[in-house]
Ligand binder design. Structure first.
Ligand code: CDP
Length: 319
């Protein structure tokens, strides 16, 4: 059977305020940054009251069986099923069980990374998180190559891999998955309706090619818990971005967290234009209100945490 046919087949079935978050602009690349271990520990402790990333990073085989009905988080009236294939790829234990890292990098997808030469620095972290299967090989100097965990919204299959509509796109997709060898592939399959088939195609290809990735599917409570944590801290985020979800979860298993490629603005501090993604031509109206995300608000929040030493935002070029 041609691989392309896989895309056509049917799918079976108590407030804890953050220490004063202010929204002044900061010089995020300032070299004087020092890690505030006390604050970072406090944030971890507070987030743990809402979610435990070790558990919430994925649902497990033991809690579901094939055919179980799931209500989408954002579209409660729509449902999907745990397919046989998806069940097969559910982990039996958390992929983050007992894992702890000194320094983690979370790589967002902003074009601010282009010409940053941050690749080597990013790769030097003990654990590297990337978002939405963003390409690395062609951009290695600026974004690095290592990947410990990468996310994949179902829409990525459509946006970055042309909905696998030709043999060539299938091969590219499989190649990208194979290059992840050993890392965690985090698929938010149950957040919004519409991605069911794409998730199923991806899963089938992983199984067919025995791709060596550890798949994870976020728990059904993760989104509400993350939102709850930030809300309790007076940061009203309707729909947290992948980057913020990753930061919130990473506090559980990382000491120092370094963020790269977070820049939800059309221009850099010198007024030069910045691409929305470093690797494609997607545009985005950061402040239009049309998007479900509130990236600039998230950015201000992360900047405040940067100034307090709880995390480090890298927005300038690396040495
Ligand atoms: O899945 P989502 O649309 O949230 O993310 P993405 O566009 O693949 O980018 C990954 C993450 O990088 C986002 O979730 C944001 O946290 C961050 N990002 C940013 O800060 N500025 C941009 N211009 C683009 C992405």
């Amino acid at each position: 059977t041609s691989l392309v046919t896989y895309r056509k087949s049917k799918v079976s079935s108590s407030p804890i305020p953050l220490p004063c978050i202010k929204s002044k602009t900061s010089n995020s690349s300032s070299p004087e940054w020092t890690f505030n271990r006390t604050l970072s520990n406090l944030i971890r402790k507070n987030i743990l009251r809402f979610l435990d990333a070790e558990r919430d990073i994925s649902i497990l085989k033991s809690t579901f069986k094939p055919g179980d009905v799931i209500h989408y988080i954002f579209d409660r009236q729509s449902t999907t099923n745990i397919s046989e294939n998806l069940y097969h790829l559910l982990p039996t234990v958390s992929p983050m069980k007992n894992q702890h890292y000194k320094q983690c990098a979370i790589v967002g997808n902003s074009g601010i990374l282009l010409n940053s030469s941050c690749g080597r620095e990013i790769d030097s972290h003990d654990f590297v998180i990337r978002c939405n299967l963003a390409p690395v090989e062609e951009y290695a100097t600026d974004v690095g190559l290592r990947t410990s965990l990468v996310t994949m919204n179902p829409s990525v299959v459509q946006r970055a891999f042309q909905d696998l509509n030709s043999e060539e796109w299938v091969q590219r997709f499989v190649h990208r998955l194979q290059s992840l060898s050993g890392s965690v592939l985090w698929i938010p399959a149950f957040m919004a309706k519409g991605g069911e088939e794409r998730v199923e195609w991806a899963i089938r290809l992983i199984l067919l090619h025995t791709v060596n990735v550890r798949t994870a599917f976020p728990s059904l409570r993760l989104l509400h818990a993350v939102r709850g944590y930030w809300l309790t801290n007076h940061v009203q985020i309707k729909r947290p971005t992948t980057g913020l979800l990753m930061y919130t979860m990473a506090t559980r298993f990382c000491d120092e967290i370094h963020l790269y490629g977070f820049w939800p603005f059309a221009h850099d501090p010198d007024g030069k234009s910045v691409k929305y993604h470093y690797y494609d031509t997607l545009t985005y109206h950061y402040t239009s209100g049309a998007s479900p995300h509130t990236m600039p608000l998230e950015f201000r929040t992360l900047s405040a945490l940067h100034r307090q030493g709880a995390l480090r935002l890298h927005t300038g070029p690396c040495q």
